[in-house]
Design a protein around this ligand. Structure first.
Ligand code: C2E
Ligand code: MG
Ligand code: MG
Ligand code: MG
Length: 281
């Protein structure tokens, strides 16, 4: 009885709000339920060395399939997870699951495999984040040297002191750091130099700018040069064709992730994909 009462109040409350806010609240409740009912899962997008085709590892990407079989894209639900605080629990689950999959892959014989995991601002700045990371590594027995955390440039701007401290602690664990969507967040270059990071991920918008005849790839080129000057490794995301791959390689960027090589795929498909790849190479 208490439940129906609460629900009535909730509906009244949401009806009095704007449609957009109401929709977000509904989505937030649906997301919480989905998480509790294990309707969230990870897919993995392989990362390769474009020169040799060698597999570096994969990025873990979160998926939400509703009970009706509809997929809600992460660009839509991650922001909701962030402002509702749900991202802390979801993010911890992502960390564990991806670390667990890394261990499974190692048991299958893929011992050089790197697992890249997205971490959002709210997770990262949470006081228990280091403890969570530590525990995820310990409980899954994932080797930290094969775990990479992807943070965004805008996070690098918010609280520089905390960021520098946290990055330092992460590096001490042996985990590496990459800056995701690089080039979209306007972080200051002098600031970037102070951060203990390993890799820049060229945002897919700049890869997309690389089109037939034209110099539109100049931002990607600049990022590659910047990365080289700072001694960082560079990976391009969103590589969709050979021409983009060739252009990036001519700039000196050899690592890539994109539909041209592989789409994000479920665990079982990843195992299949890896098996076929190692059989042919
Ligand atoms: P991201 O971390 O920059 O991930 C790369 C996105 O580019 C993925 O979108 C991937 O599917 C897409 N992509 C990769 N290659 C191509 C390509 O060749 N062409 C095109 N058009 N797209 C490509 P996705 O999976 O929809 O994820 C969107 C964003 O959601 C991610 O961007 C990330 O910011 C966030 N996200 C996903 N999973 C997680 C997670 O576990 N935790 C957090 N905090 N954020 C996540
Ligand atoms: Mg990412
Ligand atoms: Mg990205
Ligand atoms: Mg992105």
């Amino acid at each position: 009885r208490a439940k129906t009462h609460r629900r009535g109040g909730y509906e009244y409350f949401t009806r009095s709000m704007g449609v957009e806010i109401r929709e977000r609240v509904l989505l937030m409740h649906a997301l919480r339920a989905a998480f509790e009912h294990e309707r969230l899962f990870l897919v993995y997008q392989p990362q390769v060395d474009m020169r040799t085709g060698k597999i570096l590892g994969a990025e873990a990407l979160l998926r939400w399939k509703t009970d009706e079989g509809k997929f809600i894209p992460p660009d839509q639900f991650i922001p909701i997870a962030e402002y509702s605080g749900l991202i802390v629990d979801i993010g911890e689950w992502v960390l564990r699951s991806a670390c667990h999959e890394l261990v499974t892959l190692r048991e299958l014989g893929y011992i050089d495999f790197q697992m890249a995991i997205n971490v959002s601002q709210a997770q990262f700045s949470h006081p228990l984040f280091m403890q969570t990371l530590h525990r995820a590594l310990e409980e899954t027995q994932a080797p930290p040297e094969f775990v990479e955390l992807e943070i965004t440039e805008s996070m690098a701007m918010k609280d520089p002191e905390l960021l520098i401290k946290t990055l330092h602690q992460i590096k001490q664990l042996g985990v590496s750091i990459s800056i995701d969507d690089f080039g979209t967040g306007f972080s200051s270059l002098s600031h970037l130099q102070k951060l203990d990071i390993d890799k820049l991920k060229i945002d897919r918008a700049f890869v997309n700018d690389i089109q037939q005849d034209g110099n539109e790839g100049s931002i990607a080129k600049m990022i590659v040069q910047l990365g080289q000057n700072l001694g960082l490794s560079i990976i391009a995301e969103g590589v969709e064709n050979q021409m983009q791959a060739d252009t990036l390689m001519s700039y000196g960027c050899h690592l890539a992730q994109g539909y041209f090589y592989a789409r994000p795929i479920a665990k079982a498909e990843l195992h299949e994909w890896l098996k076929n790849r190692s059989a042919t190479s």
